[in-house]
Design a protein around this ligand. Structure first.
Ligand SMILES: C[S@@+](CC[C@H](N)C(=O)[O-])C[C@H]1O[C@@H](n2cnc3c(N)ncnc32)[C@H](O)[C@@H]1O
Length: 296
């Protein structure tokens, strides 16, 4: 029987209860450490701007929850990145134990901290294979006009008319692709467990870029991933219906749901009760919702 298991708890503990060599593929949208939500603060940084709590953010609603401006000046700022690395190592260690030789590990990560996740994977024994990307159809743009800031200082300078502060339009999200080392060859892994290679739909080698529209509305989780995108990724990496897909940070359950719709086994873990309940309803009780003519 393929497992269909959803666990309410902290992955750093719950992963310890899984059997060694019981997971074929890890696919997860892990916390990005960009401090946009409480569950995404994985460091001790006490900067007062964190989570929209600075005086300027409290005064202006559009400023709220923008996250802490990281200028890298304080020791806390610099530590936030390293503490995230240590947090990653604490659960990646367990991934190493529960996966199989040749298992692909696919982790959606932030552009800002992906290097820490990659180092944590490497330092726990995994081999980095590639950085895949999810290219969206639209970017969530939020860069501030310099001219506006200057106006508040009673200044104006036309040379800054088209100049902004913040991020370039983030049209893609990276997905780290690592692999558990194997003795022998990848062909041995493929023959034994149907893992270690990738499937070529229509015989064509897939790009390392997955193009898929972003959700128009996130209804189940603030950082919900489209179930269709998850299925496209699994189609490439999971050759066999016997596979068990692990998502230790499942949020509203999009990844276990994608695995279930592809007839795979799955294990999903989520710490926050409300998100866990959403995932449980969606994945195990098949409570779906119609939004703009689509079932999500
Ligand atoms: C980026 S979200 C996942 C969203 C999900 N892909 C979806 O489509 O709904 C990451 C989730 O990890 C959860 N989380 C954070 N730390 C955790 C931990 N130690 N154990 C289990 N879940 C955790 C957060 O509560 C959050 O819901």
């Amino acid at each position: 029987m393929k497992p269909q298991l959803l666990i309410h708890g902290d992955s750093r503990e719950e992963l310890k209860s899984l059997e060694p060599n019981s997971i074929d593929i890890v696919l997860s949208d892990i916390p990005y450490n960009i401090s946009f939500d409480e569950w995404d603060v994985l460091h001790q940084n006490k900067n007062s701007a964190l989570l929209g709590s600075s005086p300027a953010q409290l005064k202006n609603a559009s400023f709220k929850k923008r996250g802490k401006p990281i200028n890298g000046w304080s020791k806390d700022d610099r530590n936030a990145s390293y503490e995230y690395y240590e947090w990653c190592r604490s659960w990646i260690k367990e991934l190493y134990r529960v996966t199989k030789e040749g298992s692909p590990i696919l982790l959606f990560s932030s552009r800002r901290y992906l290097h820490r996740v990659a180092s944590a994977l490497e330092d726990e024994g995994f081999v980095i294979r590639d950085i895949l990307i999810w290219e969206k159809d639209k970017a969530h743009k939020k860069a501030q006009r310099v001219q506006k800031v200057l106006e508040r200082r009673g200044m104006h300078d036309t040379q800054f008319d088209n100049y902004r502060i913040g991020n370039l339009a983030p049209i893609f999200e990276p997905i780290l692709f690592a692999m558990k080392p194997y003795k022998g060859t990848l062909t041995d892994c493929i023959l034994r467990d149907r893992i270690g290679g990738f499937y070529c739909p229509d015989g064509k080698i897939p790009d390392n870029k997955f193009v898929y529209p972003a959700n128009r509305k996130n209804v189940f989780h603030p950082t919900e991933k489209p179930v269709g995108l998850i299925k496209n990724i699994l189609e490439v990496f999971s050759l066999d219906e016997s596979h068990v897909i692990l998502d230790p940070f499942m949020g509203g359950g999009s990844i276990p749901l994608g695995a279930k719709e592809m007839n795979r086994g799955f294990v999903g873990i989520e710490k926050q009760r409300t998100f866990f309940q959403t995932a449980y309803g969606r994945v195990l009780k098949q409570e779906r919702m119609e939004i703009e003519g689509m079932y999500v």
